[in-house]
Write a protein that binds this ligand. Sequence first.
Ligand SMILES: Cc1cc2nc3c(=O)[nH]c(=O)nc-3n(C[C@H](O)[C@H](O)[C@H](O)COP(=O)(O)OP(=O)(O)OC[C@H]3O[C@@H](n4cnc5c(N)ncnc54)[C@H](O)[C@@H]3O)c2cc1C
Length: 819
Amino acid sequence: MMTEPIVPQSARIVVIGGGIIGCSVAYHLAHMGCSDVVLLERDRLTSGTTWHAAGLIVTFGSTSETSTEMRKYSRDLYARLEAETGQATGFKPVGFIGVATDADRLEEYRRVSAFNRYCGVDVHELLPREVKNLFPLARADDILAGFYVKDDGRANPVDVTMALAKGARLKGAKIVEGVSVNGVLQQRGAVAGAQTSHGTIQCETVVNCAGMWARELGELSGVSIPLQAAEHYYLITGPLAGIGRDWPVLEDPGSYGYFREEGGGLMIGLFEPVCAPWKVDGVPKDFSFGEIAPDWERMTPYLETAMARVPAALGAGIKKFFCGPESFTPDLKPIVGEAPEMRNYFVAAGLNSIGILSGAGIGRLLAHWILTGAPDTDITGINIDRLQPYQSNPEYRRTRTVESLGMVYQCHYPTRSMQSARNAKRSPLHDRLAARGAYFKDVSGWEGADWYAPIGAEAKIDRLSWGRQNWFPYWRAEHEAARSGVILMDMSFMSKFFVHGRDAGRVLNSLSANDVDSEAGRITYTQWLNERGTIEADVTVTKFSEDHFMVVASDNAHRHALTRLRRHCEGAHAFANDVTAAYAQINIQGPRSRELLRPVTSANMSNEEFPFRGAKEIDIGLARVLCVRITYLGELGYELYVPIEQATRVYERLVQAGEALGMKHAGLQALASLRMEKGYRDYGHDIDNTDSVLEAGLGFAVDLKKPGGFIGRDAVRAKKAAGPLKRRLVQVLVQDPEPLMFRAEVVVRNGKPVGYVRAASYGFTLGGAVGLAMIDADAPIDQAWLDAQRWEVDIAGTRYPARASLKSMYDPDMKKVRV
Ligand SMILES: Cc1cc2nc3c(=O)[nH]c(=O)nc-3n(C[C@H](O)[C@H](O)[C@H](O)COP(=O)(O)OP(=O)(O)OC[C@H]3O[C@@H](n4cnc5c(N)ncnc54)[C@H](O)[C@@H]3O)c2cc1C
């Protein structure tokens, strides 16, 4: 019988939920010296999703450094936790093999394995017969290759969680079972306490680790956590003659399954391509150690396909066909970090079926973040503020979740966009762009034109691949038009904020590393830094007048930048408004862009009257348009901010004027290839929260002398004073025009891996794949040093000679931009 739980009246930190994630957060908080932690579990530890996990512990498979580091850390901790706590974890390093049975998967795994090796995962490619030797019951005749990590394996999820809980207790954390948190108390936008079924606890910080209940718990406080439970299956066969207890875990995404020994039989786990969300309207509060009745009809075809990989399983009988709920997120990345809606309300939930194998890493990261005020790894891809409230809508969750679980085992083509829950946000030009042949992709919920099919061709991808696809020539034509003529690009999805007030300039200047409060009528490119001198946002600030400014950030940084801005406006006479939805942004770019604009406006567009970085309101037909002379692709160009209600008229006028000049519509693929040739950075893609602004190559946009300074100035000064940089972001160009780069390709210096490509595209003007890579060296990195080295890039296992440069390889002296 459970004794009546006793809840303390106060604690520094309350962790909500006793699954693996909550226990890991509590463990790491306590280990980092904060023992004033209380973990509250509604029922018993592990009673949510954790108890029934399959326990695969796999470090192979991700092209994110953050995720790979979390996996490695988790595996290593589980291996030593028993020695520390006396509680076994069941960790068995039996090994892991992922198999490729088609050419595209082989290409993916070769790319991933090169990256994983760079991150310290000891992965080896196996021949089919070597796979067979390690897992003799598997059919190997159709396998092209296996990818083997000897140190990976499996663990017992309940035991791991209990060991973390014990480790937390040993360091002073309290863990109380049988207590539900029913709400979070707040004061002035910050956490003040937690309301529980057994009284109120005063606290500074809460961490919502409530698994599939996290969304509903967040909703009580106005915090949006768009995750959704889905059915997730494995089958356990009866005893199987000849199976070895120490055989590696085998994964064959091509047949939807993973396989491991379980109690003398075989466990067959499934990731079916079309899956089923569970309880969209709300997860029952009393669902504990619960199971879902399996949907045999829906699952049988997938099960049959999976069983064909280990044919002996067909005759072994079924001991259990298990279905349990697991939480999935809109982009298959976890939801981690401080909620933009409330200070000190942290979240770690939505683990997308890898909560065990990455659970220790998530707990370590979050504990560090809470206790030091900042994460120590790149969190741009997993931060809760990348997501938006509309994604919590039932219709969104019901629709998107059908696709998300299935994506786990699909080939991860880099140009593929999620297909479900589309058309959530549309630019006012959407239908006109569609009529022009736009192929759209999901851009933070907006439909963004990726490329345009020419007249007579269909806006459709014939076949996804790692190579050139049917739209490659269309993309090239758009790229070339931007370099030699003029293009129109709809970028209405950009985040736009107006900042008004007497203190607007002061607040923005303290946030910005550059001086953004000099002349009115000017746009300034700047980073917002934290106290450590690393980058929080990458924005432009346009000053209209002493008390009116505009900040523009990319779509994925919307909530991060806005939250930071609003928090810094507090207490000042400065007010930030999100005007994203009020203005379309139409880009006219290319050497002939001035020629295009001249006849449509009475404004003087000459270089003298309207120089680079100028910003002014101009007339176009019946509209007033804010015109900013700036470029993100390295040519003469203008961004037009048009009131939504006038956007279509302005667009039509521009298209009409463009006819005589052969103006082309260009999409986001062209934007990517053009900006990459120019080496322009993109936050959350090639620069992140861990990068020093100097190492990111953005020192030119830092004004160390401006009066009043800025957040992060002392750290930047200290970095400068420490001497020449040995870590720098460099542009890398592959000499062979054939291969394509996307991201995570390993950069090799004199035969030794020294970094990886963070983002890449194809440089049609430069004549090869081009990307940005952070390079570490044992010597100061300058151009002379770069030129003295031998550079290569590993693309799917083949090393290609490359060039490396600090300055942009396209138009290094900015001649094209300032004409
Ligand atoms: C069939 C299956 C197989 C899987 N296999 C693997 C695998 O091999 N490897 C892997 O890494 N992952 C696997 N997973 C995924 C893994 O199980 C999950 O990612 C992980 O357990 C999630 O942990 P969690 O702590 O976020 O959630 P949970 O374990 O659900 O924990 C949340 C806890 O919060 C408690 N709670 C909820 N609301 C409140 C409240 N208001 N107050 C107090 N407490 C509350 C709940 O009772 C629950 O105990 C699998 C999942 C399934 C379904």
